[in-house]
Design a protein around this ligand. Structure first.
Ligand code: GTP
Ligand code: SPV
Ligand code: MN
Length: 612
């Protein structure tokens, strides 16, 4: 069956464009002039529109409709094998001065970059429909709603953005009412179609450019159709551009989950946690506590916009409307809440395996491995195949409102008060299961020196330890030293009585025999309980040079096949390992040059003194 060029949904000339927003009209006209699409389509966000789009995607072979009895209104598709993750090497922060991009970002002069991109985008949408997606990150009725408009030539991006963000006509009307500023976010898969040329299921270009212009707050993304490269409301806007807005406006845009925990005494706490990509945010955000009487509710799983209120309290809000979660490892035993949300349907799966009865599967989803699957690349697969059936960075894209444990406060534009911040990474050695910071400044040091083994969420080697400050290494939209300094200055508005307690966690430490030192997942509730009891001044701790760790019997192990000796192993601070770690931190700080905040240099000196 041949795949034909996609037919436009609607051929609306710009004169009939459904908006009075002059800047938007001008930008849409300019982009369509440059990219030469067959037609321009304004996305309204409706159910009917989504049905038309997904029908079209099925016809084009991009998506397969799943068995509605298993996954209603759900679809699965596979990307080009060369387009499976964020491309950090091809991601640029084009600030006017190179210094402002800092050493953690690729930089090019903005004018030079615009020249290159203009060449790439010239005619890049030929033979395709150009979709205009008005969106807002955060709440439409927030005090200062953060608008964006994504122009894309990918219907898959439209369908995914509809899940991940608030999009469509309501947003456009509000933008018009206030003649609001919006972040122009331009995306093309970079695969124009010549007349009569057949399309491929996943058009993309070998050459990829993910580019941010922080001063003008704009985004240009070319060549990739996948995840954070293409759903521009997510990492490009809500972290890279938003971190710059946050610097200028006095708030924080962070790569964090937000979780509400209620104790058996009915006291509620909100925890924000920054873990690098594919290091457990979605899983902790959907925590199923294994300890009696504790209740967990979700607010967000990837992004947290935080602001200090006049009272000195830190409040956080999730700007997204969906989950774009790592599929492998998400299963009925590890994350039943995610599985229940997915099972309600209305989801798009990318690069997962297909079961013979029209469902999806990935490693870790079920105890039993199906005898036969179609793997993510469309090949027959059996357990003997000797390769994963799903890509390690395969994802489910699901509306957040399908989570049964979604907290009511998710809907509050004011967000929730953050009581504790967790920084965490994936480290086989050295870093204890949990460490409480001595104080706020030491906690910022913990975040600034956070390290983790790289994962499949980004293209490149997996398992290499790298520093990942606040889990934001690939997402800081400006100089990393200035970013850390901003954390220090912005919290200067508050005081010790209001500032959250900070903890460093590591669910991924290994024992001598190679197994995990800690069961993780639902049992992470035990670590959170300890953290909350530290806030309440109830739990015991041992002071070490790196901070406070739990005493062997202060962690609740009820019902767990673990002894206090095993806990000791999971939380131990090995001076030999830390000697190496301190060297790593020194090398890391040296890379900041002049922009390292003095407060952090003195934290390192103090750490060294405590080990001396
Ligand atoms: P991004 O969406 O890329 O930002 O990732 P994330 O931080 O939300 O990661 P996610 O929760 O999707 O977890 C990624 C992988 O880590 C999955 O394969 C999980 O199964 C695994 N994982 C999560 N939590 C734990 C844990 O407590 N212990 C262990 N051993 N693995 C975990
Ligand atoms: C991450 O890589 O941190 C993600 C997935 O959450 S993506 O949207 O592709 O950035
Ligand atoms: Mn993420």
């Amino acid at each position: 069956m041949g795949i034909t060029a996609r037919q436009p949904l609607l051929d609306e000339s710009l004169e009939n464009a459904p908006t009075t927003h002059a800047k938007l009209l001008a930008w849409v006209a300019e982009v369509s002039e440059l990219t030469q699409p067959d037609s321009v389509y304004w996305v309204d966000g409706s159910e009917a529109e989504n049905t038309r789009l997904t029908d079209e995607l099925v016809e084009a072979g991009t998506l397969k409709r799943l068995n509605p009895e298993l996954f209603p209104n759900s679809f699965a598709g596979s990307s080009d094998p060369k387009d499976v993750a964020r491309v950090e090497e091809r991601t640029f922060i084009c600030s006017e001065n190179e210094r402002d991009a800092g050493f953690t970002n690729n930089w090019m002069d903005p004018a030079e970059m615009k020249g290159i991109l203009t060449e790439r985008f010239k005619g890049s949408m030929r033979g395709r429909t150009m979709y205009v997606i008005p969106f807002v990150m955060g709440h439409l009725d927030a005090e200062d709603p953060k608008f964006g408009v994504e122009i894309t030539d990918s219907a898959y991006v439209v369908a995914s953005m509809r899940i991940m963000a608030r999009i469509g006509t309501d947003v456009l009307r509000k933008m018009e009412e206030t003649d609001a500023f919006f972040v122009p976010a331009l995306h093309s898969v970079g695969a124009p179609l010549e007349p009569g040329e057949q399309d491929v299921p996943w058009p993309c270009n070998e050459e990829k450019w993910i580019v941010h212009f922080p001063e003008e707050r704009s985004i240009w993304s070319y060549g990739s159709g996948y995840g954070g490269n293409a759903l521009l409301g997510k990492k490009c806007y809500s972290l890279r551009i938003a971190s710059v807005m946050a610097r200028d406006e006095g708030w924080l845009a962070e790569h964090m989950l937000i979780l509400k925990l209620t104790s058996p005494e009915n006291k509620s706490y909100h925890i924000a946690a920054a873990f690098p990509s594919a290091c457990g945010k979605t899983n902790l955000a959907l925590l199923d506590p294994t300890i009696d009487g504790w209740k967990a509710e979700t607010l967000g799983d990837d992004i947290n916009w935080m602001r200090f209120g006049k009272d000195g309290e830190l409040r956080g809000v999730n700007p997204e409307a969906g989950l774009f979660g790592v599929a492998p490892g998400t299963g009925w035993s590890t994350n039943p809440n995610a599985m229940r949300a997915i099972a309600k349907g209305n989801s798009i799966f990318t690069n997962v395996a297909l079961t013979d009865d029209g469902g999806v599967w990935w490693e870790g989803m079920t105890e039993e491995t199906p005898a036969h699957l179609t793997d993510w690349q469309g090949n027959d697969w059996t357990p003997e195949s000797g390769r994963p059936a799903a890509h390690p960075n395969s994802r489910f894209c699901t509306p957040i409102e399908q989570i049964d444990m979604l907290a009511d406060d998710y809907h509050d534009p004011e967000g929730v008060k953050i009581d504790a911040i967790l920084f965490g990474g994936r480290r086989k050695t050295t870093v204890p299961l949990v460490t409480e910071a001595h104080d706020w400044a030491h906690g910022i040091f913990m975040g600034a020196t956070l390290s983790s083994e790289t994962t499949a969420a980004a293209a490149g080697a997996v398992g290499v330890v790298r520093r990942d400050p606040m889990a934001m290494l690939p997402f800081i939209g400006y100089d990393a030293g200035d970013y850390l300094k901003h954390w220090i200055t912005v919290s200067g508005k508050s005081d010790a009585a209001h500032l959250p307690k900070i903890f460093l966690v590591n669910w991924f430490r290994r024992t001598a025999d190679g197994g995990f030192a800690w069961p993780g997942f639902g049992d992470n509730s035990r670590v959170l309980k300890w953290a909350i009891e530290r806030i309440e001044g109830k739990a015991d701790a041992v002071e070490t040079p790196i901070g406070y760790i739990p005493t062997p019997d202060s962690l609740d192990l009820t019902g767990l096949d673990m002894t206090p000796a095993d806990v000791e192993e999971a939380v131990k601070v090995d001076p030999k390992e830390w000697h190496e770690e301190v060297k790593g931190i020194e090398e890391w700080f040296a890379r900041f040059g002049d922009s390292l905040p003095a407060e952090l240099a003195s934290q390192l000196d103090e750490l060294k003194e405590r080990f001396a």
